[in-house]
Design a protein around this ligand. Structure first.
Ligand SMILES: [Zn+2]
Length: 116
């Protein structure tokens, strides 16, 4: 079996998730899934809570952690920022210094004050 095998949610169960999502936990939705589809017990792990928005979703792919394209991008960006925190902060500091230097150069009052 391919690791990227895609499983689609039984369409009628999509409604079940929609109805239950607001009220109950992933565990409860998984129990409902088990009760409805005992033959598909191994797929219950695919009912997950999105890491970004906490929305309960069906993971079409084994390694999906998020409910949608936009949450997937948000998660990737968070991971990138967490991993490269120091480099990003250094760049921000550098940009700030450049901005301050530039503003001093064009501000007449500063030029006068610094020259006097
Ligand atoms: Zn989401």
């Amino acid at each position: 079996m391919k690791s990227r095998a895609k499983y689609t949610l039984p369409p009628e169960f999509e409604r079940v998730i929609e109805i239950l999502d607001k009220e109950v936990s992933v565990a409860v939705i998984r129990d409902v899934f088990l009760a409805l589809y005992p033959a598909k017990a191994e797929l219950k792990e695919r009912i997950r809570s999105c890491e970004i928005c906490l929305y309960v979703f069906w993971a079409s792919y084994k390694n999906s952690l998020t409910c949608s394209e936009s949450c997937r991008n948000a998660l990737r960006q968070r991971k990138h920022r967490a991993k490269n925190k120091d480099a990003i902060n250094a760049k921000r500091r550098e940009n700030y210094q450049n901005r301050v230097t530039f503003n001093r150069q064009i501000c007449n009052k500063c030029v006068i004050r610094e020259n006097t």
